[in-house]
Design a protein around this ligand. Sequence first.
Ligand SMILES: [Zn+2]
Length: 117
Amino acid sequence: MSASSGDDVTVEIGGGLTCPRCSGPAYLSARIPHRMTLSGGMEARGYRTIMLCPNCDRDNPDAAGLLAFFAVHERIDPGTVSQSAALIDEWVRRSSAAAYTEADLDEDIRRWEGDDM
Ligand SMILES: [Zn+2]
């Protein structure tokens, strides 16, 4: 899978985000676009959403830098936004590379095929 420029990652920060794993408050979420070629040669596009949760991502090396930032700053404000942006970017890139598994692919294909009918 390769990310293509022109697809934007949408990041949402704080403000009542709920972690889908533990139902606790999440720091932020990122919607990551992806595309792939299906077996029939058709290109499929979709999004997946990842969340940064201080509880569930405690041992996640991909999130370590960003969690360390939040541990110090608690929130992103104008004084820390540029620092956080680099960490968010790193978290998104690492997570989008690691998060997409064969099972996710099968799930997405099932969903797309369902949508087409
Ligand atoms: Zn959680």
